[in-house]
Design a protein around this ligand. Sequence first.
Ligand SMILES: *[C@@H]1O[C@H](CO)[C@@H](O)[C@H](O)[C@H]1NC(C)=O
Ligand SMILES: *[C@@H]1O[C@H](CO)[C@@H](O)[C@H](O)[C@H]1NC(C)=O
Ligand SMILES: *[C@@H]1O[C@H](CO)[C@@H](O)[C@H](O)[C@H]1NC(C)=O
Ligand SMILES: *[C@@H]1O[C@H](CO)[C@@H](O)[C@H](O)[C@H]1NC(C)=O
Ligand SMILES: *[C@@H]1O[C@H](CO)[C@@H](O)[C@H](O)[C@H]1NC(C)=O
Length: 313
Amino acid sequence: MASAIDILLVGIFSVMVPSTADFVTVKCQNSTGYSGQSSRLGCVVKSEYDIKIMQVFWKKGDIIVLSQKVDGGKQTEDERFQLADTNWMNSYDISLLVKDTQISDAGNYSCTADTNRGVSKASAALHIKAKYTEPDMTSKDIKDGDTVELTCVASGGYPRGTVHWFDHLNTNWTRSAKTTVTQMDDESFRLQSTFIPTDASLGPYKCVVYNSEWKEEGNKTFDTIGKNNRTDKVISGQTKNIAAGVVVIGSLIVGLLVALLIFRRRSRRALRRPSTQPMLGQCPDDPEAEAEELNSRPPPYEEVHKDPLVKSP
Ligand SMILES: *[C@@H]1O[C@H](CO)[C@@H](O)[C@H](O)[C@H]1NC(C)=O
Ligand SMILES: *[C@@H]1O[C@H](CO)[C@@H](O)[C@H](O)[C@H]1NC(C)=O
Ligand SMILES: *[C@@H]1O[C@H](CO)[C@@H](O)[C@H](O)[C@H]1NC(C)=O
Ligand SMILES: *[C@@H]1O[C@H](CO)[C@@H](O)[C@H](O)[C@H]1NC(C)=O
Ligand SMILES: *[C@@H]1O[C@H](CO)[C@@H](O)[C@H](O)[C@H]1NC(C)=O
């Protein structure tokens, strides 16, 4: 019996007496700030009643970054933090202003409003963006200046970005590049990408820096190889081919001459012993050798006198 009355009483009590959340609410919005500029985390106090805000606390994680009292008492570790609206006690706008935003200011904040009708709290995330510097391109000759290694560096950006490589036909060479990402003391990222173009005729090559949202932030083109020097490279390539051809043909000719020389010596030796080998049996498929052999032979009429046996058939 008593428990039923209790339940009834509790039920009536909860309907009639709303929690403090119903008196006062704080509403916040996430926002994005830019490094070096002022950022604002928007928060407002809402109430159906005519409330009085006594104090506002802004925390980042567990650390109070700003505590502002209605009588003007302000506490902050960092003067960059202040309330955006100096008339906050009347406007109920308790937004946080961060001057000269740093990348390290990014994070989750909470805002607490202490009023004469209770306390309310809300949270807001501050995202920070920092632009990357224009990429700086350097080149290094490798393999005795035959090949060039290109390095592109962009720094100071946030969040993490990427470096992509393209040739003059906009073919994506990023897969062949090696990119190192380093986070610096100020939490910004330094992107360093190295690429060795394999085909100078596809130049000029360019590196393009993209931010975390895949938007282009900067690019640099390397002109030294490619367009300007393309003809030189191609011609030197052809010269090399011609040189290689000359070497191959040259050795073939030398080989042939050597073979010819050996053959000639053999045939002469054969001539000196004509009785052992018949004349026609000596390589008839080499006309030059045959001609040579004929020339070295004594004129036929002399032979007639010397050796009548040869002439007789
Ligand atoms: C902020 O909060 C979200 C979840 O609400 C969490 O995923 C994120 O890691 C937090 N960021 C930081 C910097 O603590
Ligand atoms: C604000 O950011 C927090 C933490 O990143 C996230 O959990 C929340 O959904 C965001 N709120 C809105 C309204 O985008
Ligand atoms: C280029 O290629 C890389 C690696 O394959 C890829 O992640 C990237 O999205 C490509 N970039 C563009 C702009 O298509
Ligand atoms: C590359 O950078 C130049 C300025 O350096 C800019 O004018 C151009 O729009 C950028 N984009 C492309 C795709 O080349
Ligand atoms: C061609 O490349 C050489 C280095 O290999 C460089 O010194 C020269 O300036 C380049 N020429 C042009 C027109 O860019």
